[in-house]
Write a protein that binds this ligand. Sequence first.
Ligand SMILES: [Zn+2]
Length: 148
Amino acid sequence: MKCPFCKHEEIVVLESRESEDNEVTRRRRECKRCQKRFTTYERVENISLKIVKKDDRMENYDRAKIKNGLLKACEKSNCSQEDIENIVDDIEMRLMARKTTQVSSSDIGRMILTRLKKLDPVAYLRFASVFLEFTDVQEFKAQIKELS
Ligand SMILES: [Zn+2]
């Protein structure tokens, strides 16, 4: 860690305190060079994201699964490997930023659809046909109409 004032790297911790709910640790620090004081907050990163499946089963979040779904949809389309990585990154970031630790698989499906729609109509329809098969056929028909 560097001092925010002088960028020096020797910092002393003067005091550590837990927040009331024990989720955040607050540390009062002092720079050894310029003696200025500053505060840092430390919290546990949310890594326990659970996916709630359509049949209510819970699964641990798995980046590879999202990516595989996208890869299948993007076969023979104009999406590049980089497009796919970008979509997964974007979705993952949004999921991690949520307060909740559970997200439904249909939420993720919808997030993928929104992004594919902008990117490539073929990949979008292919993903929609797999995804919406389990939800609503009418919705799928409406989507095709919208694209044509
Ligand atoms: Zn300093």
